[in-house]
Design a protein around this ligand. Structure first.
Ligand code: ADP
Ligand code: MG
Length: 243
């Protein structure tokens, strides 16, 4: 299987606090991988290291066969291949929906405005937000904002989409609409790495589930294995607390 991203011996410390300790895993092309684990276990830090919002303290991140942590690597180019969706949406509040989806394409990918708008419209349709191109984020519900954020990330045609608890900041009645879109995307063969507390969702869409505990990957496997037959006591304890 073709690996899109491979993480080898990744470490991250904040001062003397070691938050990630020797993380090894990879995401294959077309695969949907969910990361689960308690709050504070290092899930967000792992995603933020992968897209270089945090600088890893050690280890390697291999993308297209190259270690992107090598000094001479073009980080901006690498990052343009990753789509990121945050818990707090991170939309530009002073821009309307269309502009939110266009600026990155024009700035980073050097697309023309027209080309970028076409691409944005394509993905706004996918998430059911094409009627809202002129709306400002403050006029939208949380679920709508998150769907725009997903369309914005997809408009960059990333090789892999990273999601950090995309439904955690939403009112309960809006969680479903976002999970539904993500399920549909998972069905299209998009490569997705998703941090989530939505266990039913993880069970349903994942090809593989990664359970993190206290800065390490404690266990990973098919959802059926992790949820029904976990081999580690700490996985069992976590699932007992959350399910
Ligand atoms: P999770 O996403 O699994 O809840 P995080 O990756 O956010 O966990 O955090 C893991 C640990 O790293 C926590 O103890 C958190 O306090 C710490 N941490 C995260 N970011 C920073 C930071 N910028 N500075 C210091 N400590 C941090
Ligand atoms: Mg987190």
């Amino acid at each position: 299987m073709e690996k899109v991203i491979e993480v080898q011996h990744l470490r991250k410390s904040f001062g003397s606090h070691e938050v990630l300790r020797d993380i090894n895993f990879s995401v294959n092309k077309g695969e949907v991988v969910c990361i689960i684990g308690s709050s504070g276990s290092g899930k967000s830090t792992l995603l933020r290291c992968i897209n270089l919002l945090e600088k890893p303290s050690g280890g390697q991140i291999i993308y297209n066969g190259e270690n992107i942590l090598d000094d001479n690597h073009d980080l901006h180019k690498y990052r343009a291949h990753l789509g990121m969706v945050f818990q707090q949406f991170n939309l530009f509040n002073n821009h309307n929906v269309m502009t939110n989806c266009v600026v990155g394409q024009v700035k980073v990918l050097k697309r023309s405005k027209e080309e970028a708008e076409q691409m944005a419209l394509k993905y706004l349709k996918v998430v059911g937000m094409d009627q809202f191109v002129n709306a400002k984020p403050k006029q939208l519900s949380g679920g709508q904002k998150q769907r725009v954020a997903i369309a914005r990330a997809l408009s960059m045609n990333p090789d892999v989409m990273l999601f950090d608890e995309p439904t955690s900041a939403l009112d309960p009645e809006m969680v479903g609409e976002v999970l539904k879109i993500m399920k549909e995307l998972a069905g299209t063969g998009l490569t997705m790495l998703i941090v989530t507390h939505e266990m039913e969702f993880a069970r349903e869409v994942s090809d593989r589930v990664v359970f993190m505990d206290n800065g390490v990957i404690a266990e990973e496997g098919r959802p059926e294995q992790i949820f029904n037959h976990p081999t580690q006591e700490r996985t069992r304890a976590f699932l007992k607390r959350t399910l």
